[in-house]
Design a protein around this ligand. Structure first.
Ligand code: KG4
Ligand code: ZN
Length: 351
């Protein structure tokens, strides 16, 4: 089933075609350069950029793949969670196509799509324990099948990616800062005693990263020589001083260990056959290594998407859309966008 995936939930406009679980092609336009000027995503600009780039990207995708609109069997669109204005652009485009081509439409939960994205590259054994770490979410799920996700734990405040980005902002690093902290962290050893591992002295599976963020902010107030004078210093070839690298390494280590502690705890409660690590923060070198070590210790296969599939992309939407479509699950043209913070309903219409 040739499925078109449309992703516009945040700051990437991304389209992809998937057929029988394999990626046929994709087109993506990132807005990072535009938003980085403001140090974070500006929702109104994000919506306008989606509106501006979506149609040319669609034409580009069809041409690249040698596909005509009539060949598309199903239109899948990220329906949330995300920025409402951005989601509405994708949904409007998807509904227009579905109507014009007389093809079925299916709304995709962006978080579930992240978790299953690695299915494009490898077989996922279910049930699986899924850790989704992104800019907006830090969630642990017990995934019995692509149709059965049980939320076991979530962040009570900042997501892991948000903590990375805010700490990067304190250091005057460009947005989004996770990737810079990851890079700088590799230049020094972490000091495990520098920052407390947040919200681990309890018996639950939830996260709270705001205390860690404050601990780093307080540390930097006392050590303000570590804050870069200008963002422009981070040009290609820039190497951080040892002290700055050690702060990044310690912060990165604290996040990685916290994620490991909660995942290990989850493994005492459920018995999965694999562990999935997904979302933008899953691109982090130390976090990948830490969870890989945990999986080896627990003798469980790790399902780890390639870095390109970790951050927002259209392939994951097309992939999960096709799974839903093959199972006969669709939506009508009244499909609603669900903004961040609201629960996504399982409101599919069965064929
Ligand atoms: O999944 P994603 O692309 O978008 C959301 O749905 O949120 O995740 C973006 C987040 C940003 O916070 C970014 O800083 C973080 O992923 N990120 C990283 C790395 N690459 C991206 N965080 C830590 N290390 C990285 N290498
Ligand atoms: Zn995402």
């Amino acid at each position: 089933m040739l499925c078109l995936g449309i992703e516009t939930s945040c700051d990437e406009t991304a389209l992809a075609l998937v057929d029988k679980g394999k990626l046929i092609g994709e087109s993506i336009a990132s807005q990072i350069d535009i938003h980085s000027i403001f140090g974070g995503i500006v929702p109104e600009i994000a919506s306008r950029e989606h509106l501006r780039t979506l149609v040319p990207l669609f034409d580009d995708l069809l041409q690249k793949c040698g596909v005509e609109t009539k060949d598309i069997d199903l239109i899948a669109v990220a329906r949330g969670p995300g920025l409402l204005g951005s989601l509405l652009v994708g949904l409007g485009f998807a509904k227009g196509l579905a109507l014009a081509l007389d093809k079925p439409l299916v709304g995709v939960n962006h978080l579930y799509a992240h978790l299953l994205a690695a299915g494009l590259e490898q077989e996922i054994e279910f049930p699986s324990l899924g850790l989704l770490v992104s800019g907006g979410h830090t969630h642990i799920y017990f995934i019995r099948s692509p149709f059965d996700f049980e939320l076991l734990g979530k962040t009570l405040d900042d997501a892991a990616g948000e903590a990375f980005d805010k700490v990067a902002k304190f250091l005057n690093l460009p947005y989004p800062g996770g990737v810079y902290i990851d890079r700088f962290a590799q230049e020094a050893d972490p000091d495990p005693g520098l920052f407390p591992r947040p919200y681990v002295d309890n018996d639950n599976l939830d996260f709270s990263f705001s205390g860690l963020k404050t601990a780093v902010a307080n540390f930097l107030k006392k050590n303000d020589h570590l804050v870069l004078k200008s963002m422009d210093e981070v040009a290609p070839g820039f190497t951080p001083g040892l002290e700055l690298a050690a702060v990044c390494a310690s912060f990165n280590w604290t996040i990685a260990e916290t994620l490991k502690i909660k995942l290990s705890r989850a493994l005492k409660r459920v018995k999965p056959r694999s562990i999935i690590l997904a979302g933008g923060v899953a691109a982090n070198t130390l976090i990948r290594q830490t969870i890989e070590d945990l999986c080896q210790k627990e003798n469980l296969p790790l399902v780890l998407p390639s870095k390109k599939l970790c951050t927002d992309n259209g392939a994951m939407i097309a992939y999960y859309g096709e799974i839903l479509g093959v199972a006969g699950l669709k939506h009508g043209l009244d499909l609603e966008a669900i903004p961040r913070g609201k629960k996504i309903p399982w409101d599919y219409i069965k064929d």
